[in-house]
Design a protein around this ligand. Structure first.
Ligand SMILES: Cc1ncc(C[n+]2csc(CCOP(=O)(O)OP(=O)(O)O)c2C)c(N)n1
Ligand SMILES: [Mg+2]
Length: 557
């Protein structure tokens, strides 16, 4: 079922470029992130005359991450734009990241004109084929009249279940062409949420009602308030995935924390005992279900808007494929009384809190990872947003950073790409201007996309970039030390981060004792600029953690 929500502008466009911009306005687009090229100058010029802000960036990869993060926080597709060939290829990484994180994104690029598309031609590569495997739809706007239908379809596909990326290529001669009469944006329809089937709810209620030790595993597709009602009504403890951090507040008596790192991190204790696992908005690409169901013997109730992937360790007893909030409310109502033995996450929460407290009191320099996590938490408000990049630091933040609100601790756990957070912070601030934004990144990831500091400063976007400095690709050293007994080819030299930040006109800070971190974070978070904090970290704690927790699972990242 759908209902129309927008009015359609009836301005006659002078070119397909202008028509495309009308179509984007019609979809509610507020920003387009990109770099122009010779083949899309008409689009960029038309954007400058529209209600949409064109955010000029310093690398198309940055544009793709900005669009992705904007889409993740708003639920509406973020838009990135590039020229043909090399520019478009640079959009690929964030496009793939969006699809693997089930995030809506539209990637637009130019393409060689139709007049030379059939032969070897300067900068011509088959972009549609290149984007095909990492999008829900990848297509060429081959004729001027196709623009309204293709843009509408792109947004519809990107934003409806399961959300993901869409790619459209616009040939340079099509972009310049005059659209046919009557080519105007199409009405936007928003899907209404579906109710779960009564039969599915009844079968799930029987299984849950018979459970002795039920546990909820909540991914990023979980619905906050309904999840809280469900857990409280039935007294079922809730763990989240890394990507789902915050969908259930970590200070709730039923919270178990985030699962996804170790076979036997504290949170796994909750799953070891469970006989029924209710997964809510969980996607298997985040981590292998063998980690929570090694024997394949637990009964699984899958609640999401789309069916589950098939996996030997994810044998779904009942799937509720409907609006997640409605499914949770219906199931809680049908079960009625709390099933099984009363349970809380108290024990696991205490272990996590003790580790964080030990970290907060650890004065070593370079800093203990848990100290950096503890100080970050203390400096940030409940609604402020931290974007956590991929690396050893992600393991520490995902495990230990208490998160209280959805989308306040952002992690890419689909593709687990490096270097998405600094550009992503620009998308985050535009989506949530009221929130303070912190980028938590390794020194390796930082230098991969640090050029976007210039974009942030030019656009007046305040953010704090906290660099965990270990002069290495630390996660890979960690993995090598564990599996090979030593590490090779993972260390590098760093620039002077303070001088580097200041050369952009940003503010730079160098942490030289553990006690400096917290006041520096507070000062930087209060400042209306880009602040870069270089914080040395002592990753010897990585191996200590493994020793104290037990067996390492197959993959760390
Ligand atoms: C684009 C990309 N390249 C390589 C990897 C593999 N990888 C994952 S983490 C990592 C090291 C990250 O180093 P750094 O940013 O310094 O963080 P640290 O692990 O030191 O905390 C690498 C190379 C990846 N996930 N993404
Ligand atoms: Mg590093």
């Amino acid at each position: 079922m759908t209902e129309p929500t927008s009015t359609v502008p009836d301005r006659r466009a002078a070119s397909v470029a202008e028509l495309l911009v009308h179509c984007l306005e019609n979809e509610g687009v507020t920003h387009v992130f990109g770099i122009p090229g010779e083949e899309n100058i008409h689009l960029v010029e038309a954007l400058s005359r529209s209600s949409i802000r064109y955010v000029l960036v310093r690398h198309e990869q940055g544009a793709s991450f900005m669009a992705e993060t904007y889409g993740r926080l708003t639920g509406k597709a973020g838009v990135c734009s590039a020229t043909l060939g090399p520019g478009a290829i640079n959009l690929l990484l964030g496009t793939a990241d969006a699809t693997t994180n089930s995030t809506p994104l539209i990637a637009l690029s130019a393409q060689v004109g139709m007049g030379r598309s059939f032969k070897e031609s300067h900068q011509g590569v088959d972009l549609v084929s290149m984007f095909e495997p990492v999008t829900k739809w990848s297509a060429l706007v081959a004729t001027p009249g196709a623009a309204p239908e293709m843009v509408r379809k792109a947004f519809k596909l990107a934003q409806t279940e399961r959300p993901g990326a869409v790619y459209l290529a616009v040939p340079e001669d099509v972009e310049k062409a005059v659209p046919p009469e009557g080519a105007v944006p199409l009405p936007v329809n928003v899907p209404r949420p579906d109710e779960p089937s009564a039969d599915q709810v009844a079968r799930a209620a029987t299984i849950l009602g018979e459970a002795r030790h039920p546990v909820v595993l909540a991914g990023h597709g979980a619905a906050g308030p309904a999840l809280m009602r469900f857990a409280e009504r039935l007294g079922v403890p809730v763990a989240t995935t890394f990507h789902g951090k915050g969908v259930f507040p970590d200070d709730h008596p039923l919270a178990l924390g985030a699962v996804g790192f170790m076979r036997h991190d504290y949170v796994n204790f909750g799953f070891d005992q469970a006989d029924v696992v209710v997964t809510v908005g969980y996607e298997l690409q985040e981590f292998d279900p063998v980690r929570i169901n090694p024997g394949g013997d637990k009964r699984i109730i899958h609640i999401h808007r789309f069916p589950a992937e098939v996996d030997r360790h994810y044998d779904v007893a009942v799937g509720l494929q409907a609006d997640v909030s409605q499914s949770l409310d219906a199931l809680a109502h049908a079960v009625g009384a709390p099933p099984g033995e009363p349970s809380t996450g108290q024990h696991i929460r205490r272990l996590l809190a003790e580790e964080l407290d030990r970290g907060a009191a650890d004065d070593r320099f370079p800093l203990a990872p848990a100290r950096i996590v503890a100080d970050t938490r203390a400096a940030m408000g409940r609604d402020d947003i931290v974007l956590v990049d991929t690396g050893a630091l992600k393991m520490w933040m995902a495990r230990l950073y208490p998160t209280y609100e959805p989308n306040t601790c952002l992690i890419s756990n689909g593709l687990s790409t490096m270097a998405w957070t600094l550009p992503g912070a620009i998308g985050a601030k535009l989506a949530r201007p009221d929130a303070r934004i912190l980028v938590s990144t390794g020194d390796g990831s930082f230098l991969m996309n640090s050029q976007e500091i210039e974009t942030a400063l030019r656009e007046g976007i305040a953010m704090v970039v906290l660099i965990w400095v270990d002069d290495a690709y630390g996660l890979i050293s960690w993995k090598m030390d564990l599996e090979l007994g030593h590490d090779v080819d993972t260390t590098f030299n760093n620039p002077d981060f303070v001088a580097y930040a200041e050369s952009f006109g940003a503010t730079g800070y160098r942490i030289e004792t553990a006690a400096e971190l917290m006041p520096t974070l507070r000062t930087a978070l209060a400042a209306d600029t880009v602040s870069v904090i270089a914080c040395p970290v002592d990753y010897s704690a990585n191996l200590e953690l493994i020793r104290s927790l037990g067996e390492l699972d197959e993959s760390l990242s």
